[in-house]
Design a protein around this ligand. Sequence first.
Ligand code: CS2
Ligand code: MN
Length: 358
Amino acid sequence: MQMTFRWFGPDDDKITLGQVRQIPGVQGVVGALYDVPVGEVWPKAKIAQLKAQIEDAGMSLEVIESVNIHDDIKIGLPSRDQYIENYKETIRNLSEFGIKVICYNFMPVFDWVRTELARTLPDGSTTMAYDQSIVDTMDPEGMAASVEGDSNGYVMPGWEPERMKGLKALFAQYADVDEQKLSDNLRYFLEAIIPTCEQYDVKMAIHPDDPPRPIFGLPRIVKNFDDLKAIVEMVDSPHNALTLCTGSLGENPENDVPALIRYFAGRDRVPFAHVRNIKHLGNDNFEEAAHLSEMGSLDIYEIMKAFHDVGFDGYIRPDHGRMIWGETGRPGYGLYDRALGIAYLNGLWEAIDKGSKA
Ligand code: CS2
Ligand code: MN
């Protein structure tokens, strides 16, 4: 496995590449261009600049999270063909700079959803949490306002205020998009782009829905084993792959995360993994926990063992962390707790690896 760390760029992240470089075992940075509007081609000059910044700091850029998908592709509008052509050009441009994996999601309208971005835990740290009963009483506008108000001034990817202004119109466009239609539109997209991915050796890695269930009446098609299996079978190629996010999938207690890893990583369909722990609170509610198994509901040892047993050699990163030691910053993306997560994941991996050879 190759340990990586997500970084939001010099203007949008308090954490410096110099700090990232000092986390033991981090070789790669997971990056993106945040100033290219969704649907437009990523310019080579900007990709080159990002890559140079990261390499100057002694690390590499091989994973992009995310090249987002324009809603017209998800809705299936005639304009999707132009957006798909743009996407292919972005894939070609990224491949020129050595990018191996593109993480993306296919969630309508919103990216991940939380009802609190800073819930205080008994130890005084803060974490992100989800309460289904709040979502049930909120409308999408209320949710967008709550995320914006709670994010310490950062724009959360997927929650860009300009997009949120057009929420009503966007919801109207999705009115007749059910799960079947959304899957058909994903298939259309994959059939169009995977030949380009094969030619340029870039793997597309879809991120699961977070939380893995429909919200606000919008369909969700990346929630569980059956969904993931249907997606990898839509186009049977190792370039049509998954971002195995243990937290997103693990938010549903019925998902057996180590079994999902054994199945999909064992079939070479997981080039990129997000590892984090979450704590189930009943009634579909959860909060994000420290990575250590005993702090949450997921068994992180079993998760790392599943990756090791199938010979996982992809990229991995700690996903969200709590805010600890007085750190302030982008919710979920502080330095300290994610660095602790990396130390723990590396420790588990070393023990599993040496144990397997003893
Ligand atoms: C990420 C997602 O911050 C997060 O929760 O895991 O936002 C992820 O980057 C996207 O869903 C992938 O497109
Ligand atoms: Mn994730």
